[in-house]
Design a protein around this ligand. Sequence first.
Ligand SMILES: [Zn+2]
Ligand SMILES: [Zn+2]
Length: 106
Amino acid sequence: MEQRNPEEKIMCPYNSAHYILRTRMNTHLVKCKKNYPDTKLVECEFNVLHKIPEPELAYHHENCPSRKKLEVTVYQEEGEDTNKFPIKSEAVSTEESWDDVRIELC
Ligand SMILES: [Zn+2]
Ligand SMILES: [Zn+2]
């Protein structure tokens, strides 16, 4: 999992001269976008209900709540698989092969 440094400064998508703390970027974007009233709105890749000003799209994709839900689901499924699979398959195959041998001998 990616650890984000809250002190990290990232570039404002509207003006490359603006470097803003990640934690302040939402607030900054609200103010900054008022300087660019003609910005075209585009749909978020993760949720078509999100209409995002085009310069903000990459920033939004990084922070989109719909994307976070997707990532959490995938991560949990992978974690369960890697934990369960080796133990389960080993135990099952050992038991079955011993049963088969006994049945054949009788
Ligand atoms: Zn800005
Ligand atoms: Zn979104």
